[in-house]
Design a protein around this ligand. Structure first.
Ligand code: FAD
Length: 810
């Protein structure tokens, strides 16, 4: 019996692996079942029963009309019952945006050639010139200590520069006076500014992200575009966008703010058709200075003036803040950040109908509009600002760990310090790759909703890890705030990026897999569409197609997962390259296992998956790692496969693959039902979990790479602002690194001379002078050593203040 099953199993695995058609399965079953029955020498009666069941099976599955009406029809009824209740706002969020490379990752068969064929991210000459001139100039004007500690605002000349040079109009077309930059350029600008000042980066980011300009471009009427876009591009209008309020945060669809359709008086005109608005919003970035308020509210038409429903749904309007009744409130103080953030309220503010973005056709479309625009904005702003901060942390941490010595050694040479340096280097490498790939998707016309959630979540989470590690390796230097502290503010402000544009816990637990499972899955959306179709026959046809496609897909993923688990991915087709082939193979293996896990989770948990957030989060982690790894491999290929970058690539990939294994482990261990747990474990890890985290030698290689000037370090931190001025803390650190490496042989010579009694001075500067006077070093070398001492001192020292300078209300 066992041998017979063992002989037959490979045939089924083969059929499933290659996604055999229903006909092939039927033929195979029609041959195998009788052969097995005869082999087992069962009685004639039992054999007849087997033939009868087989006949029934063939008729039920082989005759399409019967299959549709009996098999698919029954499953459709059950499916309709277990389909999770999705609110209209959730449905609109799910539908928003497009599916891109995430679709491949969900398919279990990512086409790596397709990924590598996407163009290499690049900037136009004009965009590069803007980065090299205007952005460089802006960064040079920014003194983050002055901004965050003394003024709690950007200086007036910086505000003016930002407006005059078009920073607020990066997404606005040239015909409206904007810069019309690509997403790649927009991302590069924010990334560079963020490496200098978080406050300035947020100030530039917000008008170019989800807000009046973006909404007008997509949905505005021609009159609205003409009226506002030019003024927004040139900074004559400062925009903000107000969705969040005290009683609606993550659940933004629950906003209590409302507008009622009515006739009112506006600018001297009587009986104007419009909306009377009441709102209370908080946390609104740029609200304290905004002249144009984008407002989300629920529209009601109690007197049915417009005809139709009373409750018209979430609607968006543009409100000039100069209108009577608009109260620009007090400022919030978000973790010592000085970007302007605060409250706005309005009570009974009357605006004409044409203040609604897009006019009356867009009444009630607000949530969809927001969700569609969120994908593009979230793909760019926060990944870019996180990457800017991470690059700065990588560059300065490497340099500091080489310049700063303890126990007669640069601190970065201690194994304990190598570990955080490895996180800093590899995470920065990976997140910058994801930043660029996602901006590329936007430039290719995508609105990648699931990917935007992945990249927002992981860029900000890893940004937080990197800044924490950077703080640790800097010791007290990172802790003491002041003009020379280039990390402290980024450390304080890390939670802001975690919370905004979809708070991270929610994004990981609900959005990434929750939305991905429906949007990116090759069959689920079709099944849901069929379930909602009121036309019974059409629904049955659609559902039958999707269901059997889905079954064949799931069987194939189970078989492939098992086979790939046995071979650890070996033998899977992969793009050429000895260093990367195994990574592509393992990613394909895990993409297949992910597709299997996703199907099992949806099939077993059904509607309750929405509440099983930890399972959803871990599956989301797998999808996220698959995406981050894809971006990392593409980056390596696009950069021309530089060997110096290999430690970064290896560390990032091995860490992410190990995290995939951990995430699967978490899913399997916590899945309800012993049998399902056992089955998932056997199919995904038939030989056990064999991946290890990156080895210690990679930590060492990354630490070495970060601690010396070189092409890999420059590539890793490309695009940040690097002041040449040695009076600047970062500028001094850059010079100190070069100088340290240059002067170490001379310092060793002086040390030797001191030990042998040729030099008697105890302190460094007198000893340099003594060595010069005694001819041990030349005058030029003495100057070099004196400069090195000054630079090191500047790097090592921290700011101090007179007691009353720090007193509140100074
Ligand atoms: C500095 C700053 C700037 C901002 N700028 C703007 C702006 O310009 N315009 C604007 O409209 N809004 C803005 N916001 C609002 C921001 O988008 C919200 O803070 C965010 O939506 C979260 O809402 P909340 O802070 O009320 O947290 P809550 O919604 O109360 O969430 C608290 C925690 O619960 C978690 N959580 C909530 N629901 C779930 C769930 N179902 N599953 C798992 N976890 C969940 C969240 O992830 C979070 O960790 C800003 C916020 C800040 C702090």
């Amino acid at each position: 019996m066992a041998w017979t099953i063992l002989a037959v199993l490979p045939i089924f695995v083969f059929l499933a692996f290659f996604r055999a058609s229903v006909t092939s399965w039927m033929l195979a079953i029609m041959v195998i079942v009788p052969v097995v029955a005869i082999q087992l020498r069962i009685s004639d009666i039992a054999l007849q029963a087997v033939y009868s069941v087989l006949f029934l099976f063939v008729v039920l599955f082989g005759v399409p009309w019967l299959r549709r009406n009996i098999i698919s029809g029954t499953i459709l009824k059950i499916f309709r019952k277990i389909l999770p209740q999705i609110s209209a706002t959730e449905q609109e969020a799910i539908n928003a945006g497009t599916v891109w490379w995430d679709g491949d990752l969900f398919s279990g068969r990512p086409d790596w050639r397709k990924l590598l064929a996407f163009p290499k991210p690049s900037l136009s000459a004009a965009e590069q010139a803007f980065l090299d001139h205007e952005v460089e100039q802006l960064c040079a004007m920014l003194d983050d200590w002055d901004i965050t500690h003394r003024r709690a605002d950007l200086p007036p000349e910086v505000w003016q520069f930002i407006k005059d040079k078009g920073f607020f109009g990066m997404i606005i077309p040239k015909r409206y006076g904007g810069l019309e930059f690509s997403a790649q350029a927009h991302s590069a600008v924010v990334c560079k500014i963020a490496s200098r000042s978080g406050t300035a980066a947020v100030t530039v980011m917000v008008p170019n992200s989800l807000g009046p300009a973006e909404l007008l471009l997509h949905y505005g009427t021609d009159e609205q575009k003409e009226k506002y876009l030019h003024r927004l591009a040139t900074g004559q209008e400062v925009p903000c966008f107000a969705l969040t309020g005290p009683f609606a945060g993550s659940d933004a669809g629950a906003i209590p703010d409302y507008g009622e359709v009515c006739y009112g008086k506006f600018e001297g005109r009587q009986n104007v058709l419009g909306v009377r608005l009441t709102w209370e919003k908080r946390y609104i970035t740029l609200a304290p200075v905004a002249t144009l308020l984008g407002l989300a509210f629920k529209l009601y038409d109690p007197e049915r003036i417009l005809g139709g429903e009373v409750n018209r749904g979430i609607t968006l309007a543009l409100i000039p803040t100069s209108l009577p009744g608009v109260q620009t409130g007090r400022r919030h103080f978000p973790l010592n950040s000085a970007f302007l953030n605060g409250t706005t309220q309005g009570e009974g503010v009357f605006v004409p109908m044409d203040f609604i973005i897009g006019g009356t056709p867009y009444i009630g479309q607000g949530w969809r509009m927001l969700m569609e625009c969120l994908a593009a904005g979230r793909s760019i702003s926060l990944p870019a600002s996180s990457a800017g901060g991470m690059k700065l942390a990588a560059r300065t941490s490497g340099a500091y760990c080489r310049v700063r010595k303890q126990f007669h050694l640069p601190i970065g040479k201690f194994e304990g310090v190598e570990e955080p340096l490895a996180h800093i280097g590899a995470y920065t490498y990976m997140i910058d790759a994801a930043r660029q790939l996602t901006a590329l998707a936007v430039d290719l016309g995508e609105k990648p909703s699931v990917i935007s959630a992945i990249v927002k979540y992981h860029a900000t989470e890893r940004g937080r890890v990197v800044i924490n590690d950077a703080m640790d390796v800097h010791g007290g230097k990172g802790i003491c705030l002041g003009p020379d502290n280039y990390l402290g503010r980024a450390y304080q402000q890390a939670p802001i990026t975690i919370t905004v544009e979809g708070a991270n816990i929610l994004t990981r637990s609900m959005i990434i897999f929750g939305q991905g499972a429906i949007r990116c899955h090759p069959y689920v959306l079709k099944e849901i569409a069929a379930a909602h179709d009121q036309d019974h026959q059409r629904a049955l046809h659609q559902f039958d197609d999707a269901l059997f496609g889905h079954i064949s897909f799931a069987l194939s993923n189970a078989a492939r997962s098992f086979v790939f688990g046995l071979t650890n991915g070996r033998g899977i087709a992969a793009p050429p390259g000895d260093e990367t082939r195994r990574y592509y193979q393992q990613l394909t293996r895990f993409s297949t296992a992910f597709a299997l896990g996703a199907d099992v989770a949806m099939a077993i948990l059904g509607g309750s998956l929405k509440r099983r957030e930890k399972i959803s989060a871990r599956l989301g982690d797998v999808l996220s790692m698959l995406y981050l790894c894809s971006a990392t491999l593409k980056r390596f290929e696009d950069d021309g496969r530089p060997v110096e970058d290999l430690p970064l690539l290896h560390w990032a990939m091995q860490d992410a693959l190990h995290k995939i294994q951990q995430a699967f482990d978490g899913v399997i261990q916590n899945f309800p039902g012993t049998l399902v747990r056992w089955m998932l474990s056997a199919l995904i890890f038939p030989l056990g979990m064999r991946l290890s985290p990156p080895a210690d030698h990679l930590d060492h290689q990354i630490a070495t790479l970060l601690m010396q000037p070189g092409a890999a370090r420059d590539r890793l931190t490309a695009g940040i602002y690097l002041p040449a001025d040695e009076q600047d803390a970062v500028g001094a650190l850059e010079s100190a690194l070069v100088s340290t490496l240059l002067c170490e042989p001379l310092q060793a010579e002086l040390e030797k001379a001191h030990k042998t009694g040729k030099l008697s001075a105890l302190e460094e500067l007198p000893r340099i002078a003594e060595a010069r006077d005694k001819g041990i070093i030349s005058a030029e070398q003495a100057l070099q050593l004196e400069r090195d001492y000054a630079l090191r001192r500047k790097v090592i020292m921290v700011d101090d203040f007179a007691a009353d300078e720090l007193r509140a209300g100074r």
